[in-house]
Design a protein around this ligand. Sequence first.
Ligand SMILES: Cc1ncc(COP(=O)(O)O)c(C=O)c1O
Length: 423
Amino acid sequence: MPITQDAISTALDISWIRSQFPSFAEKVNGYPAAYLDGPGGTQVPQRVIAAISDYLKHSNANTNGAYATSHRTNETIAGARAAMADLLGCESDEVVFGFNMTSLTFAMSRAIGRALRAGDEIVLTLLDHDANFSPWNALEESGVTIRRVAVNKADCTLDMSDLEQKINSHTKLLAVGYASNAVGTINDVKEVVRLAHSVGALAYIDAVHYAPHGPIDVRALDCDFLVCSSYKFFGPHMGVLYGNREHLKRLHPYKVRANTDESPYCWEWGTLNHEGIAGTTACVEYIADIGRKVKPSSDTRRGAILAAYDEIVKYERALCERLIHGLRDFRGLKVYGITDPQRFHGRCPTIALRIDGHAPLQLATKLGKRGLFTWDGNYYALNLTEQLDVEKDGGFLRIGLFHYNTVEEVDRLLGALKEMVGR
Ligand SMILES: Cc1ncc(COP(=O)(O)O)c(C=O)c1O
């Protein structure tokens, strides 16, 4: 099907971008697959698939051995640490690889939690994915007081005045999402970090949802920790944690004795997913190549990554505007989160909606049969769906737009919804 991009002007080469992803050739019942399910995991470019398979063909070994494939494995991991450092704006020795964000957060919360005492406090939010909630909330068992920040229900933003009130001299850590995986809200993370530091608390940022949508600069944010998952930014199923070097050295991980005490290796449990790590470098290179195409003068990988995000942000915002505008006069339809285009800088193009009389699962199933892949449910943003009282009847239908989606896909979705529910 032709890609009719004329409605949106962009410096991104959408044809080149689309050509990178072999899965875009998939069809369902004769319809081309439209991947609007990216918040649950994005598609991967061919170079990621090739990097995973090349690693397994040519370098497959455990680390620190006295032979060629083991040396290559060490180099593969070092290369991926450097790539992730460029993506996050930190140094290589501040990058920790893990199974996924959830397991990294459980590990880090145990390590931080072992130094906390009864009476210490942790601040969490009701907007966050449960993976940045439950691991910390469980520290209540050891006498830590958990304070939970409310959400402004009208636009699904964080209630910053509630957050300020929940912080005090006992606060030891604030765990906050960069962006909501359910309703797309981007939080003022820099301000959250500032508030945390004003009382001497640590700031732990969940950037899983934000990472494919916008540039991350951990130094500018001044956060202590930031976690993301490469399968959400065009890579393999893995988690990556940034930890400020001083904290990674100072804190004590739970670890096996035989593992080194040297950071960041001491934070990594068991044998890593080496082929996934090889794929992670490739997905960072993919983002950098987008930047090199839009700004050929980019002379560092970090510079190219930032150039890529400049255009990704603009293009995704235009797609988001088109979708939200197109949804405006559906009868009985409610979009959750920020809907005023003037405020779209405060949201990702992740749209949660409900339509009267149509359960989210029914809608997702019908759309799926037309090759339009969307999610239904709570996506583990359980506190939010409970707050908004949608948990009891199916959560939301979630449409996730990414830089690889097209105007034509947005219009196809609108057309399908119109046929299914009328206007
Ligand atoms: C915002 C957010 N945080 C955390 C997670 C959990 O990530 P992982 O699957 O890597 O544990 C997800 C997954 O959907 C997410 O969207």
